[in-house]
Design a binder for this molecule. Structure first.
Ligand SMILES: NC(=O)c1ccc[n+]([C@@H]2O[C@H](COP(=O)([O-])OP(=O)(O)OC[C@H]3O[C@@H](n4cnc5c(N)ncnc54)[C@H](OP(=O)(O)O)[C@@H]3O)[C@@H](O)[C@H]2O)c1
Length: 286
């Protein structure tokens, strides 16, 4: 880490736990690349201490912070101003402390879209989103905003119903119908945690997938999930999840440190190495 001056800008990530977070590695890479007089630190904060911690960071002159599990909803409630995207999902992952106010945003949806576009994929197409958890909310909203018609299926109907109440523009699809319905879609997005290292793979038969189907997975460890591997075997275009993780970090870094960082091959390799995975040579680095 470079030596800091007394004017250094400081940001960090609040989570409980936070040790698993790759954000310090990612932002540290950019700080070094751009020679910025600044630091980005992990901040382990238990839920009961969250309001005091956030207000304390703002009072201490932090530029802002990321917020990860389990604090995204609670941090939303502490904001003075939030973006439209954050208001709709009632959660934030990025805080900027400006003019004595706490500004909150949620950048996962925009990061997902940026990753699709970096792979040459226009998001405005009929999409089937699998999953109805926290990430699905952001992604479904971003796809709708981008002009996609979005259907959504979740293993547990109750959770899907809650998401549908937030986003009436979504079309529900029974979980059991997901494979048979593939011919109706141009984009398939896995937002479930199935396929993560140590978890069972996502259960879906791609036999009925049209040759033009694009398959995106937001799980990034492993980089090539069983779903993506199955799609590749069928010759389908795939979009791995690591790029979303990198792109969602861009707006926070730009706000805190005054430089819009680029997402490229060197960053992808650096974060992949930190995760203990390797990015395939074909990855566009985004
Ligand atoms: N690339 C990125 O930047 C990025 C960003 C955010 C999250 N993620 C990843 O996205 C995944 C989901 O995160 P989240 O925060 O949305 O999690 P979450 O809120 O806990 O939601 C988990 C979702 O996965 C479903 N699910 C879990 N196991 C399943 C299985 N075996 N079969 C079918 N569905 C299953 C759940 O369905 P039920 O309702 O039926 O339980 C639920 O819809 C995680 O792997 C996370 O690491 C990646």
């Amino acid at each position: 880490m470079p030596i800091l001056s007394g004017r250094a800008r400081v940001a960090g990530i609040i989570g409980w736990p936070v040790a698993h977070s790759r954000s310090p590695c990612l932002h540290g890479f950019w700080l070094e690349r751009y020679g910025i007089d600044g630091a980005y630190v992990p901040l382990a904060v238990p839920p009961a201490s969250l309001p005091a911690a956030i207000r304390g960071l703002a009072a201490a002159g932090f530029a802002g912070c990321n917020v990860t599990l389990p604090h995204k909803e609670a941090a939303f409630a502490l904001c003075d101003r939030v973006t439209d995207a954050a208001r709709r999902i009632e959660a934030v992952n990025t805080l900027v402390f400006r003019d004595g106010k706490i500004e909150g945003s949620s950048t996962d949806g925009a990061g997902f879209l940026a990753n699709l576009r970096a792979h040459g994929v226009d998001p405005a197409r009929p999409a089937l989103v699998l999953g109805a958890g926290g990430a699905a909310r952001d992604i479904a909203a971003a796809l709708i905003d981008a002009g996609a018609s979005v259907s959504i299926a979740n293993r547990t109907p109750g959770r899907l119903d809650r998401l549908l109440r937030l986003f009436p523009a979504l079309t529900p699809l029974p979980w059991e119908a997901r494979a048979a319905a593939l011919p109706d879609f141009a984009l398939l997005v896995n937002t479930t945690s199935a396929g993560m290292a140590g978890r069972p793979p996502l259960e879906i038969d791609l036999a009925r997938a049209p040759p033009s189907l694009i398959v995106a997975d937001i799980v990034y460890a492993p980089l090539v999930t069983p779903l993506l591997a199955a799609a590749e075997r069928r010759g389908l275009t795939t979009v791995p999840g690591l790029g979303m993780l990198l792109h969602q970090a861009v707006p926070g870094f730009a706000a805190w440190f005054g430089v819009t960082p680029s997402v490229d091959r060197a960053l992808t390799d650096f974060v992949a190495a930190d995760l203990g995975i390797s990015a395939p040579a074909s990855s566009p680095g985004a």
